[in-house]
Design a protein around this ligand. Structure first.
Ligand code: ZN
Length: 202
């Protein structure tokens, strides 16, 4: 499966001049919602991710996604794994599990995002799960922006990765783009202005 080609075909790999959630600039931007607008594509990607997770012999009871970005990927992955799907959302800035979702003490939870950049929201969703007695067993995303080390990739974890080091991170692809400090951005130097297409850079 060529995940990059799937993103390109869905017009989800944008080229231009973008301001990421970190404040840094990039020539590329991933808009996973455009890939997931086709349920058949979402299902295909989720099945491939589920296959990796099953092969690892990990026991997953529930998938929890940080809203909004991870919700569709999380639901599709839960469906592929045949487990429950819940989500966490920000309430006054704090990632919270509400809507009547319950977790048993010791329930094995996998946190699923669409794209993991530094993994900040995913890590906060994991903390919300742990507060309710759940046990976070792994993290997953359709793609990795290259800061965290996904299982099976030779890319090394970078200092800004916020995912716990002791848990596996599953993803289908690494999307590593050069990112620039605004003051060293060649696109800015060419006179264009960076735009911010999503709230947290995904
Ligand atoms: Zn720039």
């Amino acid at each position: 499966m060529n995940v990059k080609e799937i993103y390109v075909k869905a017009d989800a790999l944008l080229e231009g001049h973008f301001k990421l959630s970190s404040g840094k600039h990039s020539q590329y931007y991933l808009q996973s919602a455009k890939v997931l607008e086709q349920p058949a594509t979402a299902k295909m990607l989720a099945e491939a991710l589920a296959e990796q997770i099953r092969a690892s012999d990990l026991k997953v009871d529930t998938v929890c996604a940080p809203a909004l970005g991870g919700m569709i990927a999380g639901f599709a992955l839960a469906q592929a794994l045949g487990v429950r799907s819940i989500f966490a959302e920000r309430v006054n800035g704090v990632m919270t599990i509400r809507r009547g979702f319950d977790l048993h003490v010791g329930e094995n939870v996998l946190i699923c995002e669409d794209i993991i950049t530094t993994g900040g929201s995913a890590m906060e969703a994991g903390e919300a799960v742990a507060q309710m007695g759940g046990v976070v067993v792994a993290y997953a995303a359709l793609a990795n922006r290259g800061f965290c080390a996904r299982k099976g990739s030779s890319l090394k974890r970078m200092a800004n990765c916020k995912l716990p080091e002791n848990l596996p991170f599953f993803a289908l692809e690494d999307f590593t783009f050069t990112i620039y400090e605004p003051e060293n951005c060649p696109l800015c130097a060419d006179g264009s202005e960076a735009i911010k297409p999503g709230s947290r850079g995904n």
